[in-house]
Design a protein around this ligand. Structure first.
Ligand code: MG
Length: 204
């Protein structure tokens, strides 16, 4: 199983970090040791003073595929869950300024909390209109809608599969909307797709 993520997929998030809008999707990976499941608490690592939350819709890949055409892409995922792409922003900024890869800032242990529950694709009336949000201590911090993605689910799957074979069980983090920010000790993070709570974890 592998975890692939797309960066810079929502215009307002690109603007808040003053990044350039990429022509092609920006793709990076997290190792399986990044996963944090069953609402286990997130422990702030020693190497960062600026861990940011990034709430994201996560696709569960259900078939193996390579060079997948966009029109067939919807048959390659069967459920959508919710994840957080925790990012050591201070470390990422350092690496970015040197033109180095982001792995350590994005792929550290526990950097990918994932909902236990995944909602079957068939339960969504419109994949281009899925609302999701992150609350910190009960306050809404990030709010997104899949219709605002620069590259939609099909485009992401088609694009990645030109380079990397997708396999059953792989997870695709599809990018974060605006509102990212630092977490601190004692925060309680709750994540929702529509009004269904899928994530509820403490920061320690
Ligand atoms: Mg992200």
């Amino acid at each position: 199983m592998k975890i692939l993520c797309i960066g810079r997929n929502y215009a307002e998030h690109i603007a808040e970090l003053q990044n350039e809008t990429p022509d092609a999707p920006v793709i990076f990976a997290k190792p399986d040791t990044a996963l944090l499941q069953r609402n286990q608490p997130f422990f702030i690592p020693d190497f960062s003073q600026d861990i940011h939350h990034e709430i994201e819709l996560v696709l569960r890949i259900c078939r193996n595929g390579k060079n997948i055409e966009e029109k067939f892409a919807p048959t390659y995922f069967d459920a959508i869950g919710l994840g957080i792409d925790f990012t050591a922003r201070d470390l990422q900024s350092k690496l970015k300024s040197k033109g180095l890869p982001w792995e350590l800032a994005k792929g550290f242990d526990g950097s990918a909390p994932l909902s236990q529950e995944f909602i079957p694709v068939a339960n969504f009336p419109d994949l281009k209109n899925i609302n999701f949000r992150l609350e910190v201590n009960g306050e809404v911090r990030q709010q997104g809608n899949s219709g605002l993605m620069l590259h939609d689910f099909s485009k992401i799957i088609s694009y990645i599969s030109q380079f990397i074979t997708l396999k059953m069980g792989d997870l695709l983090f599809t990018g974060t909307p605006s509102g990212v920010g630092p977490v601190k000790l004692g925060d309680q993070l709750t994540g929702y797709i529509e009004d269904r709570q899928l994530l509820n974890l403490a920061v320690k």
